[in-house]
Design a protein around this ligand. Structure first.
Ligand code: UFG
Length: 319
C-alpha cells in the first residue's frame, strides 16, 4: 500500500516517512522544502519536490497512492499573526487543491495533522474533542477550517478522514542516517530553547505569574514517535463517509519550570533562565483528554517527558 506523505521532509513528516517504511508501506513524499530538508528523506521514498498549491504537482504525487497523510502547511502561530493571508492560502487553499485531486484520483483516505490551536483558550481542562473551538490565531483558524472542510468532504463525497489534533510535539527519532529533529530557524519551541540555553543567552520564561502552581504555563508534551504511531493506527481505522477528530497528547501537563528541571537532570548541569513577560496569545494551561484516542485508536503514548528531553538533547549532540 502506497501512502502519500505531504510535508514529508519536515520534522514530523520525515519521522512518519521513516516509520511507515519500517512498517512495510510504500511512501511518496510531496514537499516544497520551504521548511523541510531533502536530506531528512530516505532513498526508498519517492520524492516529488513541489507545493500542494499546484494541482499538477499534487496529481503527480498522488500517483499510485491509496491514502494520504497530510502534514504540509505553515505551522508557526506567531508568524500566522503577521501573515494571515499566507496561512490561509497555503493551509486552506492548499488542502482544497489536495482534496480535489484526491477526489479526481478516487483516493478516499486521509489522516490530517490538526492542532490543539483549534480550541483556543480552553474553557475546561483536560480538553475534550467536543470543547468549543475558538482559535486565537490565524494558524488555529486555518487548522479548524481544514477540519470543517474534511467533515463536508466526508459527507458529500465519501471521504474517510481523521484529524489528529496535536498538543506539544517534542523529542526526536534516531535513524541510520542520524537523528530526525526539529530544525526551525528561529527556534521558538520550549524544549530545544531550554537545551540551548547558555549564560549569555538564557532561555526566557514567558511569564512567571500565571495562575498555575509554579506560576509558569502548563503544556501537554507528546513524543513524535508516539504521535506517528497514532497516525499509523488512524490509517487502519478510517471509515468511508466519516470524519473523526481525535486529540493526541500525553494527557498530562508539565509546567515550563518542570521542563527546565527535566533538562537539568538530563544534561546534569544548571540551565540559565531569564524571567520575561508573558508571550502574546499563550493560554495558561493546555492539556488533552486522550480518552478518544485510547478507545478509537487503541493507542497510548509510551515515552515520557524525560525521554523527549533526552532524545532532543542527543539529536542536538548535547549528550
Ligand atoms: N516558552 C517559554 N520560553 C521559550 C519558548 C516557550 O517560556 O523560549 C513557553 C511558552 O510560553 C509556552 C510553553 O513554553 O507556555 C510551550 O511553548 P512552545 O512554543 O514550545 O509551544 P506552544 O504551546 O506555544 O505551541 C505548540 C505548537 C503549536 C500549537 C500549539 C497548540 O508549537 O503549533 O502547541 O497547543 F498550535
Amino acid at each position: 500500500m502506497r501512502i502519500l506523505v505531504t510535508g514529508g521532509a519536515g520534522y514530523i513528516g520525515a519521522t512518519a516517512v521513516e516509520i511507515l517504511l519500517q512498517q512495510g508501506f510504500d511512501v511518496s513524499v510531496l514537499d516544497d522544502l520551504s521548511s523541510g530538508f531533502a536530506d531528512a528523506l530516505p532513498s526508498q521514498a519517492r520524492f516529488i519536490e513541489g507545493t500542494i498549491l499546484n494541482m499538477h504537482t499534487v496529481r503527480e504525487a498522488l500517483t499510485g497512492a491509496s491514502a494520504v497523510i497530510h502534514f504540509a502547511g505553515k505551522s508557526l502561530v506567531g508568524e500566522s499573526v503577521q501573515k494571515p493571508d499566507l496561512y490561509r492560502d497555503v493551509n486552506v487553499h492548499g488542502t482544497r487543491v489536495l482534496l480535489e485531486e484526491m477526489r479526481l484520483a478516487n483516493i478516499k483516505q486521509i489522516v490530517f495533522s490538526s492542532s490543539a490551536a483549534t480550541y483556543g483558550e480552553p474553557t475546561t481542562t483536560p480538553i475534550t474533542e467536543s470543547a468549543p473551538t475558538q482559535p486565537t490565531s490565524p494558524y488555529g483558524e486555518t487548522k479548524l477550517a481544514i477540519d470543517q472542510m474534511l467533515t463536508k468532504e466526508a459527507s458529500a463525497h465519501g471521504l474517510a478522514a481523521i484529524s489528529l489534533r496535536y498538543f506539544n510535539v517534542a523529542g526526536s527519532m534516531k535513524t541510520e542516517r542520524g537523528w530526525l529533529r526539529e530544525r526551525h530557524n528561529p527556534e521558538t519551541h520550549l524544549i530545544p530553547n531550554v537545551l540551548h540555553s547558555t549564560a549569555d543567552h538564557p532561555v526566557k520564561i514567558f511569564g512567571s505569574d500565571w495562575p498555575t502552581a509554579d506560576g509558569t504555563c502548563i503544556r501537554d508534551y507528546i513524543h513524535v514517535v508516539d504521535l506517528i504511531d497514532a497516525h499509523v493506527r488512524a490509517l487502519r481505522v478510517l471509515k468511508d463517509s466519516h470524519h473523526a477528530i481525535i486529540n493526541i497528547g500525553s494527557g498530562r501537563g508539565y509546567s515550563v519550570r518542570e521542563v527546565i528541571d527535566s533538562a537539568q537532570k538530563v544534561l546534569e548541569r544548571p540551565i540559565p533562565t531569564l524571567d520575561s513577560p508573558r508571550r502574546d496569545g499563550d493560554p495558561a494551561v493546555l492539556v488533552a483528554s486522550i480518552e478518544l484516542a485510547e478507545s478509537l485508536l487503541n493507542w497510548r503514548p509510551s515515552r515520557d517527558l524525560a525521554q523527549m528531553v533526552t532524545d532532543t538533547a542527543s539529536s542536538l549532540e548535547l549528550l
